[in-house]
Write a protein that binds this ligand. Structure first.
Ligand SMILES: [Fe+2]
Length: 670
């Protein structure tokens, strides 16, 4: 049996000693064919992705016939939760990083019990520890009710292991095990039917949750202690080591690049969406770690944990993602599984995943902007009103903030403007089709006028890339929309429900799982790749699906490149042409400076410094004027009241001073 190594490099062969040279030649031929397919595909897509050409004349549409197998072994979720519970009480777990301002990364971690104030200091250093800094953490925790908001938690479409253990839920709900029989919260619960009756999910309203009774102490989840420390003053591009309280282990990360005028240094950004916490999730994040680990940041398009109301699963997600997120700062926007569904998960999301909203002067943690390298990235909340709502007409803070943020873009520093939100506007899958039309109608022209280059979304569990599109028409100066809502969650892929025929705006679509990679080369060119995570033998034993074993040839289909697992199946060069598209030049010039010096976005801190400097200057000026005035007054007093007898024969009256400065008359003058 052929064996693919744990990470198949580009051009690798799938062979072993038994298959020999013949198999190697066959594999290499297949690789050349698939590589040629990718190149041809990339060239075709490049042609359609070029701004300034006649997109409608050259646009092509591809629907990959690849279909992700449905079944897979699920991650033992509750085991991960217990891993958290079994750690020592002060040991850091669920460590992850978030960029929260220019030159600032916030580290978030949890412990089982509170830390003393003197034990809350994070040490971070660079240059081999020669330059040390310290950050003091703030801590918090929260309480929420245990709910189940998704039937998939019990009957996963992928795999046999449910995310929530039904028997455990019954034990939690059964208060008769400990409550007095005459107590108000006494409940006899013997089966899952007593907790969630059959038919519960199919009856209207379907968008609902089953919550355990609030009066049952076992139904209340209390989070671990969540700590946040802001590591400030980071030098862009430098590697930092940081040590959390309670451990001597040093973790490392690279400080994200800040914008530089007319930079030619490539900016690499990894992108995932709708991750959840399955074996596939783990595979996707491992791929990001291994193949895209040199990215500046990881962009998450929303729906992180798929906890779906069962809060302990936020902890298991934190444990699952730690191996990657402790070293790669992640920017996230909220998905419906994070903020909607009766808000069950909102408190967990907001407490655990900070955003750069304060630095970008946003009124909400749920929408923000951040500048990294050559990109100005805007994160929006798909579940905030984008147009005046029905209440009092004032419920559009995101829209007014967005306008100001777009106006603040400086294309000399950040030529590429990328907007990220969860629910796509351009999606040709029946799943969630036109679900965000109201937001599209409210905001699309705004994004176009501001020359937004790229829109990244999740939500639809499939990959799809559009041609540059505006109001469903091909438009070379409009953004490309890319959907990456397939990071591995338990709801499964949507690859079987594409709309036919493929709409003209759709360039490439595939029902697979994976991650994206964006590399901005300069102010005119960027590369985008969609990397299907794995493709292995479609055997009858689910256990092998996501192990990298098996004969890759059994799951090949055009334009599949499964022989090179983790290689891009969709590659495109995106171009910005300011001459052809004047909207791409839109942006404020107020923040330019000469000399290519690092550019720091505006924030509250510089405003405060400016105010202090102005006050000091005013104080000094006022003091100088007062001192001079007092001096003049003193001189006036001396000269006006000096006794004539004290005058010498010499005329001591200062004619010039007296007559010109204060208008006194020298009566001794002849
Ligand atoms: Fe979603």
């Amino acid at each position: 049996m052929s064996t693919c190594p744990s990470r198949c490099p580009h051009g690798s062969t799938l062979t072993d000693a038994r298959t020999g040279a013949r198999a190697t030649r066959r594999t290499m031929t297949r690789e050349r064919r698939t590589r040629a397919t990718v190149v041809a595909l990339a060239l075709a897509v490049m042609a359609t992705g070029v701004a300034g050409g006649d997109a409608s004349a050259v646009a092509s549409s591809v629907t990959s016939s690849f279909q992700r197998p449905d079944a897979h072994p699920a991650v033992p979720l509750m085991r991960r939760g217990r891993e958290t519970a079994e750690t020592a009480r002060g040991t850091p777990t669920q460590v992850h990083l978030a960029p929260t301002a220019s030159g600032e990364v916030t580290v978030v971690w949890t412990t089982r019990e509170a830390l003393k104030e003197e034990d809350k200091t994070v040490e971070y250093s660079t240059d081999g520890g020669r330059e040390k800094h310290y950050a003091k953490a703030t801590s918090d925790s929260y309480t929420t009710q245990l709910c189940v908001g998704n039937p998939t938690a019990f009957a996963p479409r992928m795999g046999q292991t449910p995310a929530v253990d039904g028997d455990a839920l019954v034990r939690l709900a059964n208060t008769s095990a400990w409550a007095d029989s005459d107590a108000a919260n006494y409940r006899v619960v013997t089966s899952i039917e007593d907790v969630i009756p059959s038919g519960f999910w199919s009856q209207r309203p379907t968008d609902k949750a089953a919550c355990l009774g609030y009066s049952n102490p076992d139904a209340v989840y209390h989070s671990p202690i969540i700590h946040r420390a802001k590591m400030k003053g980071l030098t862009p591009g430098k590697e930092y080591a940081y040590v959390l309280p309670g451990t001597t282990d040093a973790r490392t990360f690279k400080a994200p690049m800040v914008p530089t005028k007319h930079s030619k240094v490539p900016t690499k950004i990894a992108v995932v969406g709708d991750t959840g916490q399955t074996e596939v999730t783990q595979e996707v994040l491992t791929h990001v770690h291994n193949a895209l680990g040199d990215s500046e940041v990881l962009l998450h398009t929303g729906d992180l944990s798929y906890a779906d109301g069962f809060a302990p699963r936020w902890d298991s997600f934190g444990v699952l993602g730690e191996f990657l997120l402790k070293s790669m700062p992640m920017l996230a926007v909220p998905g419906n599984h994070d903020v909607a569904q009766n808000g069950m998960d909102l408190v967990s999301y907001m407490m655990r995943y900070p955003s750069p909203y304060e630095a970008s002067k946003s009124p909400s943690q749920l929408f923000w902007s951040y500048e990294v390298g050559q990109a100005h990235i805007i994160g929006l909340n798909s579940y905030a009103n984008a147009q005046t709502g029905m209440f009092d007409g004032s419920d559009t803070p995101m829209t007014s903030w967005l306008q100001k943020d777009l106006e603040s873009v400086n294309r000399h520093y950040t030529p590429w403007v990328i907007v990220v939100f969860h629910t796509p506007w351009y999606n040709s899958n029946h799943g969630h089709f036109k679900e965000a039309e109201r937001a599209r109608k409210a905001l699309e022209q705004t994004l176009y006028d501001a020359g937004v280059d790229l829109v990244l979304n999740g939500h639809v569990h499939a990959y799809e890339r559009s041609h540059p599109v505006l109001n469903y028409g091909l438009n070379d100066c409009a953004p490309v929309h890319i959907v990456v809502g397939d990071g591995g969650n338990y709801e499964g892929p949507y690859g079987k429900s594409w709309m036919e025929p493929q709409p003209a705006y759709s360039a490439f679509r595939e029902g697979s799982f994976g991650a994206g990679s964006l590399v901005i080369h300069n102010d005119t060119h960027a590369s985008w790749e969609w990397r299907r995570t794995t493709c292995v033998a479609n055997t009858t034993t689910a256990e092998t699906y996501f192990r990298k074993v098996g004969d890759a040839s059994t799951c090949q289909s055009f334009p599949d490149v499964s022989a090179q697992a983790m290689e891009p199946v969709d590659a495109v060069v995106l171009r910005r042409d300011v001459q052809a598209c004047p909207n791409k030049a839109v942006g404020s010039a107020k923040r330019t400076s000469d000399g290519g010096t690092p550019y720091v976005p505006e924030s509250n801190a510089p405003s405060l410094y400016t105010a202090i400097i102005v006050l000091v200057i005013l104080w000094l000026a006022t003091s100088v004027v007062l001192i001079r005035t007092l001096k003049v007054m003193r001189e006036m007093k001396t000269r006006m009241y000096r006794s004539p007898g004290l005058l010498s024969g010499e005329d001591e009256f200062d004619d010039e001073f007296g007559e010109s400065a204060i208008g006194l008359k020298d009566f001794n003058a002849p």
